[in-house]
Design a protein around this ligand. Structure first.
Ligand code: ZN
Length: 203
């Protein structure tokens, strides 16, 4: 489990990235870190891209309904206009932000803020997603979280899309995806078919 570093006389802040596939608990981990800071009377704030309207407008909601209020912003540069005396800045669903998010996070860290960024490391095609790869390069601390492959029980790395929808940004229901390990992901819809066959045999 990630434990916050303690620096005496630290003159700048730092960047933490929490990334992984869908259903890995990224948002829960972001919320856990910010709630701990909040209990210690540190002022916190969370931002999310306004594209993410799956749940209540101003809340970062994880799948288990653990929620914190978040400010929806269209462009990452808006984050700088909102931040004042907050010590800890959270960014959820960071993969949907523009690439300027990297510079924004670095500015915040340099001004003494602790920045916690959560996002998908790969899109459904298995490619690095949005500003996440660059954020990994410039961050001080990286936590990769993994769900469990629904087919074989190994650690999952990929978000497998169960529909034929091709667009990269599809904020559908979680039923449209399942976590898979590298091997089961590479087998694609062969697994879907075998799934249906074994289900048909049972019925
Ligand atoms: Zn698997």
């Amino acid at each position: 489990m990630f434990l916050e570093p303690h620096f005496k006389g630290q003159r700048s802040g730092w960047i933490e990235v929490v990334c992984g596939a869908m259903f890995s608990g990224k948002t829960e981990e972001l919320i856990r870190r910010l709630k701990r800071a909040s209990f210690a009377h540190q002022k916190v704030v969370i931002f999310k891209p306004s594209i993410d309207v799956r749940y209540a407008d101003k809340e970062v909601v994880s799948h288990d309904k653990n929620a914190m209020l978040a400010i929806p912003v269209k462009h990452s540069s808006e984050i700088l206009t909102y931040v004042t005396d907050e010590m800890v800045i959270g960014v959820d669903e960071a993969q949907f932000f523009d690439n300027e998010l990297v510079e924004v996070c670095q500015k915040l860290a340099l001004s003494g803020k602790r920045v916690v960024v959560a996002g998908l490391d790969m899109d459904f095609t298995g490619q690095p997603f949005g500003p996440i790869p660059a954020l990994l390069a410039v961050s001080e601390y990286i936590t990769k979280v993994h769900p469990i492959c629904v087919h074989c029980g190994n650690l999952a790395t990929h978000s497998y899309r169960l529909t034929a929808e091709k667009s990269k940004v599809m904020l559908g229901e979680k039923e449209s995806y399942e976590p898979r390990c590298r091997k089961c992901y590479s087998m694609g819809n062969i697994i879907d078919f075998s799934h249906k066959i074994s289900k048909a045999k049972l019925e």
